[in-house]
Ligand binder design. Structure first.
Ligand code: DWN
Length: 411
């Protein structure tokens, strides 16, 4: 009997409302980071429903089904360090936070979902650091590289254990992980236990305004349970007596929301700025999300039509980057190896594997120099400036990049 490894989200994760409105259904798809070995290609892949809902009370956008996190995060392929622009972004963040909160070596910085320790390595210059990450394989790598990492999901119980072993934290960070957490209450209770009275909890998550504004439907996958607006985050913080003291939109993963929560402290101007922008984009209104769903249907049709033309003209098309979001796009648009010959990716753990669902092989970027393709589908479009600059030689020789979202653009 196969254990059911997912359940229906019957009420809003933040406010408990049971009336959740349907926004977009992407069908049943495999997990976005469940890259396959050649042998595993023969085994039937598990597929899970992938659809998002809108909560009219607190505005949180969330998945209709929750896949058991142990299924997703046990053997995790994603590495922060494989994306240089992301590492640079984290170095800047660590520098700014150390400056703004006057960190010293007496202070502790804890990162929830610390992955390979890329961010904590930057914080380690100014403070004591500790990582928490459920992916045992990644946690062991980080510890070996000098960043002490506890292999666990961050919970109130784990927070209490850290207080006993390491003391309380001046800074707690959760970048690209807060959206992955089902039991936000347990995590925020843990933050309350672990944070010093003058400390700050900073989380960065893909901003729902970018999702619907830029049509980045590919950011929807089973790891991403929640799609945050500041309005929704503010509602959540209020339930735990935490103040939103700062907020900013940062140019990462399209556009991410960086929010600072504290037990006390003044509210900076950024909070009002982002709230007003969200009101202008109508992020608290259901109509905005139904409009997004219509744009997604157009984007999918455009990409299918363009690739059909490439095939008719015998143009060679490959993919650049094997991001999790790329697998949502490939599977939702229905692309296979007959459409996209291979993907390239800088992550050693992904090279030699096959993309989930599409089964497109993943190779090292070195292959591009050997056989120049006519077109490259830029699945890692969130790093377009850096990648287009890096690949200028290829482009000079005539290779064109296809930017797939929000609408198909060839550059
Ligand atoms: O929450 C998450 C998001 C925010 O980041 C996690 N689910 C994991 C990850 O999702 P992703 O895989 O969509 O993220 P990235 O960072 O957009 O992935 C980029 C991929 O492209 C990586 O596998 C590395 C690769 N890459 C490349 O091959 N050449 C990246 C760059 C910059 C390059 O030049």
């Amino acid at each position: 009997m196969i254990r059911t490894t997912y359940h229906l989200q019957r009420s809003c994760r933040i406010c408990g409302a049971t009336r959740l409105l349907p926004v977009l259904d992407l069908g049943k798809t495999p997990l976005a980071n469940a890259f396959l070995t050649k042998r595993a290609l023969k085994i039937t892949e598990r597929k899970y429903p992938l659809a998002i809902l809108f909560c009219p009370r607190c505005s949180l956008v969330q998945l209709r089904h929750v896949v058991d996190p142990s299924v997703i995060f046990t053997d995790y392929h994603y590495r922060t360090g494989a994306s240089k622009p992301l590492v640079e972004h984290f170095k800047t963040m660590a520098h700014d936070v150390a400056r703004d909160y006057r960190l010293t070596k007496k202070d502790l910085v804890v990162e929830i979902g610390s992955n390979d320790g890329s961010l904590l390595k930057a914080f380690a210059q100014n403070a004591q650091v500790l990582g928490v990450d459920p992916a045992g394989n990644v946690a062991r790598e980080a510890t070996r590289s000098g960043v002490e990492t506890i292999s666990a999901f961050f919970t109130e119980k784990v927070a209490r254990r850290i207080v006993l072993t390491h003391g309380r934290a001046k800074v707690i960070v959760a970048n690209n992980v807060f959206a992955h957490i089902d039991d936000l209450d347990d995590v925020l209770k843990g933050v309350g236990e672990l944070l010093t009275d003058d400390g700050v909890f900073i989380f960065e998550a893909h901003w729902v305004g970018n999702l619907i504004g830029k049509g980045g439907y590919d950011q929807i996958y089973h790891e991403h349970l929640s799609y945050f607006s500041l309005h929704a985050a503010k509602y959540l913080a209020g339930r735990f007596g935490l103040l939103v003291t700062d907020a900013a939109l940062v140019p990462m993963h399209g556009e991410s929301l960086r929010i600072s929560l504290r037990k006390k402290g003044p509210q900076k101007a950024g909070v009002k700025r982002v709230l007003e922008k969200e009101k202008r984009l109508m992020l608290t209104k259901y109509a905005a999300y139904k409009n997004f769903a219509r744009k997604v249907a157009v984007s999918k049709a455009q990409l299918r039509a363009f690739l059909a033309t490439c095939k008719k003209k015998h143009r060679a098309v490959v993919g650049y980057g094997a991001p999790g979001k790329g697998n949502t796009l490939l599977n939702y648009v229905g692309l296979r190896a007959k459409d996209i010959a291979y993907l390239t990716d800088t992550t050693p753990e992904k090279q030699g594997t096959y993309a989930p669902g599409s089964h497109i092989p993943i190779l090292s970027p070195a292959v591009l120099a050997k056989k120049r393709p006519d077109y490259i589908l830029l699945l890692a479009w969130n790093y377009a400036p850096q990648i287009l600059a890096k690949e200028k030689t290829l482009r000079k020789k005539g290779t064109k990049f296809i930017i797939p979202v929000p609408e198909v653009r060839v550059v």
